[in-house]
Design a protein around this ligand. Structure first.
Ligand code: C2E
Ligand code: CA
Ligand code: CA
Length: 658
């Protein structure tokens, strides 16, 4: 596949799902970060506030111990109890002196040094005021503000799930001792700091609203991603669907075929690439309509699909052609299978005989350029001709060369005509009675600037196929008219010169007028121009042929039937077509074993032609015996190498027209 084609397909297939999926993840990530920040900032602030409150209360309690002595013990006790009664949070108050001796306690509890934990570790909070300092021997030291903390709770169990159902149960609870210096003593207050869900109403509302928003986003994204995935699937399907058959299309054939051949690198399996086409599909469409034609293709596809086995692929290519990559064991098996496929396709339209052409390329191990392989199969099919029969043709290198040659000829033909690279050669026709010049045939030669001399059989069939023959024949006719006009003014003796008129001309109804117009430009008498046509023109528009011949003869031209006896000639055409000259094909005189029968037929044909008032020209005569035989049969003219090969006009003029 060409690079640009590959690019185009890639572009079509390119789906934009990944950016959307990434976008979704990004949104979720941003959401998670915002949530985390909001939640942690809220929790931190709340705990901060709670802790700051606890610190203030502890300081207040500690103040009552400022002037502690045994007498004031009672009043202090009352103050402490009043605090404890008012504030649920305060669980206990204990006092130690500077030697860490227990002085006073509301509950008899004293914190142990081993329980001291850095408040920084608690919830990961950082709070300058509440950082705790512990010395090497785990003694509590005062921090700058004189406030230190000891936590006695189990940090792992902060969150209480039951609080979700019951508002009175704290969501988080932290027990900690706050230690405040008072004189030489340290007053330690045990706080039970609780946080309830209701404390987080704002945060929860925010999280919920934000969550809903994000959920809407996520749903929207998910929907668009899913619909995109569907549309990608749809696009891929469209890219790979053939609009006529509704099945696999050519792109998919290439894709699947390439991967099959890739896997078959070592040639474990024999593969054959087939170009299978229905002959005369265009005619079918002309008769029954394009819709019926397409229905037929669809039916072919369905029939073929049934024949395709594992590790094989098939697709509609264009018009009535299908590409098949089949496995095979040997040529006999392959041909039997093709036969079977063609029979099956013939069943598609019962009662109508259809013909198929199959071009086959036997894939060599390592080959995997599907389009190139198919091209070979197609060339093989093309070379098998447009016959009305089922034909299997194998590709060979010669076919490829022929194809390349055809392309070169087509590239160069217009330029060649403009540059007068086509030369007229003349081959004399000699009368049998007096052995003098009785006529000549104009035959084209191409003198190509790089290829040199090219004989007509290398380009005429190509021109007949592509229609350029119309221009070339006109050119040859004009050249002959010009030469004859020149010779006429020079006072030379004129003999009729025949020009070949290809069968392709007989589609235009004004052919006779067209020929007259060309010749009349040079003011030459029509009877010095002869027009050679072949019987094959009968196969096209018979009426045009008969009319044209009649008009040309009426205008004074001589009309001859070329190659009589070659191919499928029939005497019937002589009955219908009134012509002046019959040119007997050289084939009658070739081959040792057919000679006798051939000669017999020639004498009979000559006899018949005489009776029909026609002149006879024998072509391709190479030996004296042939000449003598023809003279005996009273053949009028002989054209052949025995007398002369075709030669340039100037040489001809010197030799025969002096
Ligand atoms: P054709 O019209 O049957 O021309 C006769 C061919 O037989 C010529 O081949 C001629 O050179 C060849 N020939 C003549 N005598 C002998 C002989 O004794 N032995 C052998 N072996 N061959 C002989 P050429 O010139 O190669 O032309 C081949 C065909 O090309 C012609 O067959 C004709 O069909 C076509 N052609 C040539 N020039 C033109 C043209 O200007 N227009 C069209 N439409 N076709 C042309
Ligand atoms: Ca001829
Ligand atoms: Ca001929």
């Amino acid at each position: 596949m060409s690079k640009s084609k590959e690019e185009r397909i890639k572009k079509l297939k390119k789906h934009h799902i990944w950016p959307s999926v990434l976008g979704l993840f990004l949104i979720l990530f941003i959401f998670a970060v915002i949530m985390l920040v909001v939640v942690s900032v809220s929790v931190e602030n709340l705990l901060d506030k709670k802790l700051t409150d606890s610190i203030r209360t502890s300081e207040k309690i500690a103040e009552s111990f400022e002037n502690y002595d045994s007498e004031s013990e009672k009043t202090i006790e009352q103050t402490v109890w009043s605090y404890m009664n008012i504030l649920d949070e305060i669980q206990a108050v204990s006092v130690i002196d500077k030697d860490k001796n227990q002085v006073w306690s509301s509950s008899g509890e004293y914190p142990s040094m081993a329980e001291a934990v850095k408040v920084d570790d608690l919830l990961g909070l950082t709070h300058e005021e509440i950082s705790i300092i512990i010395d090497d021997s785990e003694n509590l030291l005062l921090n700058n503000d004189g406030v230190i903390y000891i936590d006695t709770s189990n940090f792992g169990d902060y969150f209480n799930p039951e609080s979700l159902e019951d508002d009175s149960i704290p969501a988080m609870q932290v027990k900690l001792w706050l230690v405040v210096p008072a004189n030489d003593m340290q007053v330690m207050v045990l706080h039970n700091v609780s946080v309830y869900f209701t404390d987080f109403v704002f945060m929860i509302t925010f999280v919920l609203l934000f969550g809903i928003m994000i959920a809407i986003f996520v749903i929207y994204y998910l929907i668009s991603i899913i619909s995109m995935a569907f549309s990608v699937r749809k696009t891929t399907k469209i890219i790979y669907t053939d609009m006529v058959t509704g099945g696999d299309n050519w792109l998919l054939f290439i894709k699947k075929g390439t991967s099959l051949l890739k896997r078959n690198r070592k040639g474990q399996q024999n593969y054959a690439m087939l170009h299978l086409e229905m002959r005369k599909y265009r005619s079918f469409c002309t008769c029954f309509g394009v819709n019926k034609g397409q229905e037929l293709i669809e039916k072919f596809y369905t029939a073929l699909k049934k024949e395709i086995q594992h590790k094989e692929v098939m697709a509609h290519q264009e018009n009535a052609a299908f590409g098949l990559l089949l496995t095979y064991t040997d040529k006999t098996q392959l041909e039997a299978r093709i036969q079977k496929i063609e029979n099956m396709m013939n069943y598609v339209l019962p009662g109508m005989k259809m013909y198929f052409g199959t071009g086959v390329y036997l894939v060599q191990p390592g080959e995997r350029d599907i389009e190139q392989l198919y091209n070979n199969a197609m060339i093989a099919c093309e070379m098998s001709g447009e016959e009305t029969e089922n034909k299997i043709a194998y590709f060979d290198v010669e076919m490829n060369n022929q194809k390349l040659w055809e392309r070169k000829v087509e590239d160069d033909m217009e330029r060649a005509l403009a540059n007068r690279e086509f030369l007229v050669f003349l081959q004399p026709k000699i009368s049998t009675s007096e052995e003098v010049l009785g006529g000549a045939e104009a035959l084209v030669r191409w003198i190509h600037p790089t290829e040199g001399f090219i004989p007509p059989n290398r380009f005429i069939p190509i021109f007949e196929k592509n229609g350029f023959i119309l221009k070339l024949d006109d050119y040859m006719l004009e050249e002959i008219a010009r030469v004859q006009a020149e010779w006429l003014t020079e006072g030379r003796r004129l003999v009729p010169i025949s020009v070949n008129i290809s069968r392709a001309h007989f589609t235009r109804e004004d052919l006779a007028e067209h020929i007259c117009a060309i010749v009349d430009k040079y003011q030459v008498p029509h009877n010095v121009i002869e027009l050679e046509l072949t019987e094959s023109a009968f196969f096209d528009d018979k009426d045009v042929l008969l009319n044209t011949v009649q008009k040309l003869r009426a205008a004074g031209f001589q009309v001859s039937m070329d190659d009589f006896g070659a191919g499928y000639s029939s005497l019937n055409s002589l009955k219908e077509l009134q012509i002046d000259v019959l040119k007997i094909d050289a084939d009658f005189f070739r081959g040792a074993d057919v000679e006798e029968r051939g000669l017999l037929i020639v004498s009979e044909v000559i006899d018949l032609a005489k009776k029909l008032n026609m002149k006879i020209v024998a072509e391709g005569i190479e030996s004296r015996e042939q000449v003598e035989f023809l003279a005996e049969q009273e053949c009028d003219l002989i054209q052949g190498y025995f007398y002369a090969k075709p030669m340039p006009v100037t040489e001809f003029a010197q030799k025969y027209n002096g």
